[in-house]
Design a protein around this ligand. Sequence first.
Ligand code: FAD
Length: 458
Amino acid sequence: MRMTRRELLVGAGAGALGVLLVSCTPEPRPTASPTATASPAPLPTTPVPAPAASMRSEWATDPFSRGAVSFTRIGVQPDARERLAEPIQERLFFAGEATDADAPGTLRGAIRSGESAAVRVRALAAEGERIAVIGAGLAGAAVAANLADAAVEVTVFEARDRVGGRTHSQRDDDWAVPIQLGGWLLPALAEGAQPQREEDGLPDVIDLSSALWRAPDGDIDAVVNAPLEKAIGAAVDLPTDISLAEALEKTGSDPEDPALSALLAYLTTTSGADADVLSAWFPPALPSAALRGVTGDFDEVIQEMLEGTQLTLASPVTRIAYDESGVSLRLGTGEATSFDRVVVTVPLGVLQSGRIEFAPALPFSHRGAINALGIGHIETIWLRYDEPFWETDATIWHTVGGDHLLRTWINLRPVTGESILVGLVGGDAAEEFAELDEQDALLAALTSLTPFLGAASE
Ligand SMILES: Cc1cc2nc3c(=O)[nH]c(=O)nc-3n(C[C@H](O)[C@H](O)[C@H](O)COP(=O)(O)OP(=O)(O)OC[C@H]3O[C@@H](n4cnc5c(N)ncnc54)[C@H](O)[C@@H]3O)c2cc1C
């Protein structure tokens, strides 16, 4: 088995210095990572100025995520997620956001799923067993952290040359905060409520609590979730499941109405799917009127969670052979290695793609669950300006009306002092955005910002 420099350091429990040394050592780059680009020359076709720098995600085409988040399709029961999480022959375990029935598609769900898998492994594993975890995202890190004191030997195989998976904090000295190309937003806390237990340890959580709903004729009142709640409430009594869009129509709402359409666009930035494919019986969490955001470095947190494990980066697993006596893994390099038990945390999109061969094939209930769940799309673009071209201090912007591709923006200026705008797009629009080349993606983002042009603030 090839040992990377990082594995040696992390395996030896090296701290920040080790991580620093490693970060100076280029790892092989097996994947098209989200890219950083200095902005091209000012774009004459939009009145919105070109940013000083921009960076965008490319999850749709990333071979190690194949989309952004799982969602529940029409007619699919949430127990599909529980079936996927079911251990096989007490040897093969599954975790990852798609396996968490309570908070799928979220940071919290990923952590919860890793914790649950670790509980299951601990209940069976004897002292000294060799446990492998496939994937060093939040779920894989949570498995490892929860096995840290279990007297077992944990090895983590990660396909990319970095940890974090669908969290990805890019550090750049020119930016006031790490650029978050994956998940980083959390629902706002209700008054007096405590943060969720899974949020413990998430770095630098900031409040993004003021929203702006901008229509062509002026700003409108915040669009509330009431029509969605009414539609979902009514759908429960129907004999069969229908789409959220259909449920809205049945209860007298028009999903094409500009205000409701802006709310639905916001929903796609967390669900990854449009209302016409989302289940009304088992809908995603509804949009949060206010948000919190993680402005710290996820990669550092995950490195910490993985301390004490053998971490092997740039090592995609291509085959998993299992029976009641153990599990054997084959890596992309052709090497094979055996373990007592294995926890698979790769994204649903990777499981659906068939890029990992299971021998024997997974039980029918697992294959059924993998095929039943949907893969949604979310993309993001971060723009940094030397001077703001907007005057509002609202932190969450929504575009009401028009046919802009990106209709949800986060304004980080009030909370960081730097003129940073973060565009979010989900569902079909995210797929469309992902297909654009750098120049066209930036153009689409700038055009989408036209409604927010205003006099520069101080
Ligand atoms: C753009 C975007 C925005 C999001 N926004 C939010 C948000 O605001 N709030 C929120 O709560 N959630 C959000 N999410 C969702 C959240 O990021 C995910 O639910 C969570 O990070 C998933 O963690 P995971 O460990 O389940 O999967 P992952 O993080 O994907 O980890 C799986 C790991 O497996 C690795 N892997 C894949 N194939 C192989 C292989 N063959 N061999 C070895 N390793 C492999 C991958 O490289 C990856 O590191 C967002 C996601 C995206 C993409």
